[in-house]
Ligand binder design. Structure first.
Ligand code: UDP
Length: 506
């Protein structure tokens, strides 16, 4: 991205401590720094360590990006020491304590800012970090809110909330039309739930709404070619200035930074690349369910059998090996030995963008997390959609119905709505085999889908280049920050004038 006038601006970015939020924020840090700004990403020690490779990569390119650490008070809320990221939560009971601890980071953030010789010009806080609002209010620093899901999802759940649909419709699976939505869309509650729409975090959700309503502006990780109509709709509904500044993943970075994106991979990335080098173009299916979603054991085994039956080369980032049933089945069944000529299991974290950006990547079986969605789009890889919860079902619709770059696996609802006897299975091995064949098909439909995916990738990259819509939005945002932060600094200086000398110079 070309230089814009960020001048001496110092941005402090505060992501939610979850992979789907930290990764795009660190990407955003690179883009802001490429516009001349200085950027500090504030996170906890475990998350800082995980993201150091990417930040050091940015520094090697001469970008002014840095990390700062604020302690995570997890142990105060019953979490084990070192559990600082949503992908480390192993059962639902940990979620409540996790969000309480996230909210308690407020004092650490404020202390950190007060310790700086010159306070930052602007705080960009994740929408799920509303606890940053009182800090900014007390210190007189402008605050932008960054959203990590699609605007399609944000606007849909906003409309459902505004029109009281969650209260009015009793049955989770009952279908209804989303009122006031720019395109006719039939939905149900099960697949269009808000992020914080579950018992125990009602106060936290109220804080989220309040902090968004009082923000100095909103950033969304998207681009106007795919979501312009929803971005305009959301801006009008919220009455806040809104910038579409993505896809943030469309950034060139060196191999070390790219391979260590979000975490050190549980496999040698160089080896993965040579494995891919030996495969024909667009022949390999990559499978990942992101950092949080886990298939239930029986479903994971059906998927494994379906992949084997598909006879296509594949790389599967399989978190489910943490489950004893899956691990024992894999080891006892000799699965890896049978598929070893063409199938790779990465037991844990895979270098996802390294894989998707390789010419051999021909399909992506994805849970449709918004980052995975943008990464598939940016690299022109058609998708096999397998949503699990939250915004993932709406991303599936966007990919399949609106953009025409996907094939559905057949998942209909979050697995916690299935009857217990289903044991989490929504797609049988035969269903997997059929869907993979359809996605990887070399006939007219598959070829047209691949062409649409390539076309979208070109648009995604163009949006981030000079002259592109996201570049224009980012440039406009920087001008806005430049003006508003100057005003805020003057107000601060006026408020501090005449006060005691031991106060820090803000
Ligand atoms: N990711 C990765 N390797 C993995 C799993 C995930 O690099 O093995 C990255 C992925 O590229 C994406 C992020 O983690 O940037 C996950 O975000 P997403 O919104 O796709 O899903 P979530 O984890 O939030 O459900």
């Amino acid at each position: 991205m070309a230089m814009a006038a960020a001048g001496e601006l110092h941005f402090l970015l505060v992501p939610l401590v979850a992979q789907g939020h930290i990764i795009p924020m660190v990407d955003l840090a690179r883009h802001l720094a490429a516009c001349g700004g200085r950027v500090t990403v504030v996170t906890t020690p475990v998350n800082a360590a995980r993201n150091r490779a990417v930040v050091e990569g940015a520094q090697r390119e001469g970008l002014a990006v840095d990390l700062a650490e604020v302690a995570f008070p997890g142990p105060e809320f019953g979490l084990p020491e070192g559990v600082e990221n949503m992908d480390q939560l192993v059962d639902m009971n940990m979620y409540l304590g996790f969000f309480k601890a996230v909210w308690r980071m407020e004092a650490g953030l404020e202390g950190y800012i007060r310790s700086l010789p010159r306070w930052p010009d602007c705080i960009v806080a994740d929408a799920c970090n509303p606890w940053t609002a009182p800090v900014c209010d007390r210190l007189g620093i402008m605050r932008l809110v960054m959203h990590c899901p699609s605007t399609y999802f944000l606007l849909a759940v906003h409309c459902l909330t505004k029109h009281g649909m969650y209260a009015r419709v009793a049955d989770e699976l009952e279908l209804f039309e989303i009122p006031d939505f720019p395109v006719r869309t039939v939905a149900n509650k099960a697949t269009f739930r808000r992020f914080f729409q579950w018992p125990g975090v009602e106060k936290e959700e109220r804080d989220v709404f309040e902090a968004e309503a009082t923000a100095d502006g909103l950033l969304i990780n998207t681009f106007r070619d795919i979501e312009g109509i929803f971005v305009d709709g959301y801006e009008a509904e919220l009455g806040r200035r809104t910038w579409a500044i993505g896809p943030t993943c469309a950034a060139r970075m060196d191999a070390d930074a790219r391979d260590g994106r979000g975490n050190r991979a549980d496999v040698d990335a160089g080896w993965i690349v040579s494995w891919l080098d030996a495969r024909p173009p667009a022949s390999v299916l990559y499978i990942s369910f992101g950092s949080i979603a886990h298939l239930q054991p029986k479903q994971a085994i059906e998927l494994a059998r379906g992949l084997e039956a598909s006879r296509r080369p594949f790389i599967w980032a399989i978190k489910e090996v943490k489950n004893a049933t899956v691990r024992e089945w894999l080891d006892g069944d000799g699965y890896e030995e049978r598929v070893k000529e063409r199938g790779l299991l990465v037991r844990g974290w895979a270098p996802q963008v390294t894989i998707l950006s390789h010419p051999a990547a021909g399909g992506f079986l994805t849970h449709c997390g918004w980052n995975a969605t943008l990464e598939a789009i940016s690299h022109g890889v058609p998708v096999l959609t397998w949503p699990n919860f939250s915004d993932q079902f709406s991303s599936e619709r966007l990919l399949v119905d609106v953009l025409g770059v996907g094939v559905r696996s057949g998942v209909r609802m979050p697995s916690f709505f299935l009857p217990p006897e289903a044991e989490g299975v929504q797609v049988t091995s035969a269903g997997v085999e059929k869907a993979v064949a359809e996605l990887m098909d070399a006939g007219a439909d598959g070829t047209a889908r691949r062409a649409r995916a390539k076309d979208l990738a070109a648009k995604a990259r163009a949006a981030m280049e000079e002259g592109g819509s996201s570049h224009a939005d980012l440039t406009d945002l920087i001008h806005y920050v430049s003006e508003l932060s100057k005003k805020k600094r003057q107000e601060r200086e006026a408020a501090y004038a005449g006060k005691t000398a031991h106060l820090p110079s803000p």
